[in-house]
Ligand binder design. Structure first.
Ligand code: SAM
Length: 204
């Protein structure tokens, strides 16, 4: 957990980034879907730290699975990748994500937002993915199975923020994925992050 001084610093930093990007992504909201978590987002400092570790390349299609209002999409769209894609079940969040992506300052690449269930999305183009614990273990299992099927043999890596014990067990069953990084929640890190990649795929 962050201490009080760090909390204040992170909140001020969030306000600064929302103003600089000209977007609005804060808040917490319930999501009306079985196994779905609520809407929330992570500090900008954490977003940029994770994106740096994913090391996006010009050939990458970045996907935020459960993109909410689009904070991660807007940060990723400032980096030199091919395309940024968001998928969210909630129509209202998708509209907000689209509005944010259209008005944001400093966008370098196209942003596309899909309204639908992550377990039905086509992951053929995805090479780098982000999850901020959007759903429980059963949905995660279905999503990872679809992702493996759609991305057959391609280099793919993902960051998963705040993995719980049940989700951890789902990842442990994925023989096609290997853990290549782990950040424990401590000090300035309010969240744990697991980094997985397709087994045998080297990350540049
Ligand atoms: C914790 S929020 C994360 C939002 C965003 N990734 C961020 O970090 O700013 C989780 C999001 O996942 C979405 N979600 C939950 N279950 C979903 C599903 N099965 N398919 C697509 N989106 C889902 C919710 O609507 C919510 O916006």
């Amino acid at each position: 957990m962050l201490d009080a001084r760090n909390q204040i610093f992170e909140r001020l930093n969030n306000f600064r980034w929302e103003a600089q990007l000209n977007i609005s992504t804060r808040g917490i909201a319930e999501v009306d879907k079985p196994d779905a978590g609520h809407y929330a987002t992570i500090h900008y400092s954490a977003v940029y730290r994770v994106l740096r570790h994913l090391s996006l390349q010009p050939s990458d299609t970045f996907v935020d699975v459960g993109c909410g209002k689009g904070r991660i999409l807007c940060c990723a769209a400032r980096r030199p990748c091919r395309k940024v894609v968001g998928i969210d079940y909630c129509e209202e969040f998708c509209k907000e994500a689209q509005t944010n992506a259209a008005r944001m300052r400093g966008r370098r690449v196209p942003v596309v937002v899909h309204n639908g269930a992550a377990e039905e999305f086509d992951y053929t183009e995805a090479t780098a993915l982000f999850f901020f614990s959007p759903f429980g273990a059963s949905t995660l299992a279905a999503v990872l199975q679809k992702m493996d099927h759609d991305s057959q043999h391609r280099r793919i890596r993902l960051a998963f923020v705040n993995c719980n014990e049940e989700q951890d067990k789902v990842f442990a069953r994925q023989s096609w994925l290997e853990l290549y990084g782990y950040w424990r929640a401590a000090g300035r890190r309010a969240h744990s992050v697991h980094f997985y990649r397709r087994t045998g795929a080297e990350i540049d």
